[in-house]
Design a protein around this ligand. Structure first.
Ligand SMILES: *[C@@H]1O[C@H](CO)[C@@H](O)[C@H](O)[C@H]1NC(C)=O
Ligand SMILES: *[C@@H]1O[C@H](CO)[C@@H](O)[C@H](O)[C@H]1NC(C)=O
Ligand SMILES: *[C@@H]1O[C@H](CO)[C@@H](O)[C@H](O)[C@H]1NC(C)=O
Ligand SMILES: *[C@@H]1O[C@H](CO)[C@@H](O)[C@H](O)[C@H]1NC(C)=O
Length: 523
């Protein structure tokens, strides 16, 4: 073999060994949670990595030959059988009961996913070897795959991370500066908001330590044996954390280098062509149209008859057409200017020149699309991070937010007309979109670069924050403050004793002088 060919051969070897075997696992049965990572699976597989993903929403794209998807869509059935749609927004039960029932549905889903025959086959296939696990970090169970395969892992979150996950990689957490995304708070919190935010953060951290983690420890022991470490221990092994956050929209906060913000429209792709029927409807909406969608998670069950009536009455008074994405198209008394479709390619609709406004539940991806296409927003947040997104959206004046539970026709109509006619909203959206697009690397490029970085270095131990291993009492300076406080108290104590003694002496001297004075006078 000539030297030249030898080098080419070597180059191939290097290329080949660069390709890694990646295991992906996205637990949450929710389209928006899955959607955020699909571009990452696609891109990694196109770069020659062998990617296997456990997902509730497989893309089933036959052109991605290096991507294997294990279909866990059965998880939706499990959630449905626990009535999770109703629990989220339209139930008479107390918030505590709804919360615990919802968590139960997640526990059962996590267990059923691990027991799924294809997942079991993967776990027990002796030949199966991976270099990296990329796992949704919001729910802890599947992180245990990193211990099972003895591989490093990257945590993924399709929105911002809750404080417990930020803390798990060593990011500072603070209930006033960085409230949990479940709360509709953003900057300048009132005293009651600060109090609530603090108690909420404490509760969530107590809950995950005393309920969520122990319960999932039982599940992983069932499938991986008694030797498996606790999920809290495994979680501390996280090499990096990718969060779907962009500092232009989200709160500004300090992050350790192992946290990468991949947000800002990672899911955005060139719009697919519209189905002919929708295209015709939008083209013929000469006065413009409003697009109304509550996303994929808010189901018809969340919309009471009263709310439905208010919405339809409002729409009938609009000078525009309305395209409503609703999975249940059996609506009686529908006004003439309203068209209902079960499914629609949202980005293509947002890109249409006749669009006037977007009425949305304020899911993160929907807001990002509205920003990208400069479409003013009317927000009707239901749950999760939607209230927080709506609050930020309104305070940046990208639109108006309203409360779906107490929606009035007048305010709804006024809000739609306001955002569609006042050009301030569109100008603000343009400004934000410009900032979004002006970045050194896109979210996807960052995600790919850091993924391959972790593969190259077999983890990222050198980026591990010292905060992770610091006991809480040291983090909060409890010992230092107690020590200094002790010294202060000791000094005060000594001072008081000394003063007491001095006063006693002075008093005695005075008494003595007084007595001798009296004696002298008598004499
Ligand atoms: C699959 O991976 C191989 C290398 O492992 C690469 O040469 C090929 O282009 C990839 N194919 C696709 C469709 O991504
Ligand atoms: C918060 O308060 C500061 C100071 O009063 C003010 O400048 C700022 O605009 C407020 N921010 C928001 C988002 O309301
Ligand atoms: C942490 O990672 C190392 C290296 O991959 C592994 O040996 C160890 O078992 C992991 N520990 C836990 C608790 O997962
Ligand atoms: C449009 O909105 C801006 C900012 O809220 C406000 O100052 C202005 O008065 C509005 N214009 C009209 C015509 O309502």
């Amino acid at each position: 073999m000539s030297k030249k060919y030898f080098y080419i051969f070597l180059l191939h070897l290097i290329n080949y060994s660069d390709a890694a075997r990646i295991l992906g696992a996205v637990f949450t049965p929710s389209y928006s949670h899955q959607l955020a990572f699909q571009p990452i699976w696609k891109e990694l597989s196109l770069r020659g990595h062998q990617v296997t993903v456990l997902t509730t929403n497989p893309m089933k794209d036959p052109s991605l030959t290096n991507l294997t998807e294990i279909d866990l869509s059965v998880s939706y059935e499990i959630m449905k059988s626990h009535k999770t749609d109703e629990l989220l927004s339209n139930s008479q039960e107390s918030i505590a009961v709804r919360f615990s029932k919802y968590m139960e549905a997640l526990h059962v889903t996590a267990d059923k996913q691990l027991s799924h025959p294809e997942v079991q086959a993967l776990i027990h296939n002796k030949k199966e070897q991976f270099d990296l696990l990329m796992v949704e970090a919001i729910y802890p169970t599947q992180m245990s795959l990193s211990w099972w395969f003895q591989i490093p892992f990257i945590g993924l979150i399709s929105l911002d991370a809750p404080s417990r996950i930020h803390a798990a990689v060593g990011n500072p957490v603070h209930p006033v500066l960085y409230p949990e995304y479940d709360l509709p708070f953003y900057r300048n919190l009132t005293f009651w908001e600060r109090l609530f935010s603090t108690l909420f953060m404490w509760f969530m951290s107590w809950y995950s330590e005393h309920h969520l983690h122990p319960r999932e420890d039982t599940t992983i022991r069932k499938y991986f044996g008694d030797d498996v470490p606790s999920v809290a221990e495994i979680q501390k092994n996280m090499s990096m954390l990718f969060i779907n956050v962009n500092p232009i929209f989200h709160n500004i906060r300090p992050l350790v280098p192992a946290t990468v913000q991949v947000g800002g429209g990672i899911h955005l792709q060139k719009p697919k062509p519209l189905p002919g029927e929708i295209q015709e409807y939008l083209d013929s909406s000469k006065n413009g149209f409003v697009y109304f969608s509550l996303g994929t998670n808010v189901k018809s069950a969340s919309i009471s008859q009263k709310l439905k009536d208010t919405i339809l009455e409002t729409f009938s008074d609009l000078p525009y057409n309305v395209l409503w994405k609703f999975e249940n198209d059996q609506i009686s008394d529908k006004p003439d200017n309203v068209k209902i479709v079960e499914w629609a390619p949202q980005t293509a609709i947002m890109a249409h020149k006749n669009i006037k406004a977007f009425i949305t539940q304020c899911g993160l991806q929907s807001i990002e699309e509205a920003i990208y296409y400069n479409v003013p927003i009317v927000g009707l947040p239901f749950y999760g991070d939607q209230g927080n997104n709506a609050k930020i959206m309104e305070s940046k004046r990208l639109g108006v937010k309203l409360k779906p539970a107490e929606l009035k026709k007048d305010e709804f109509l006024a809000a739609i007309l306001d955002v569609s006619t006042n050009s301030t909203y569109k100008e603000n959206l343009k400004q934000i979109a410009e900032l979004y697009n002006d970045e050194a690397m896109t979210g996807l490029e960052k995600a790919i670069w850091w993924t391959e970085y972790v593969i190259r270095h077999k983890g990222a131990k050198h980026l591990r924050s010292p905060a992770i291993d610091l006991p809480l009492y040291q983090y909060y300076l409890v010992d230092v403050i107690s020590f200094l406080g002790g010294i202060v108290i000791f000094i005060l104590f000594i001072l008081i004793i000394t003063l007491k003694i001095i006063f006693k002496i002075i008093f005695k001297i005075k008494k003595y002088l007084f007595r001798s004075n009296v004696k002298n006078k008598k004499d």
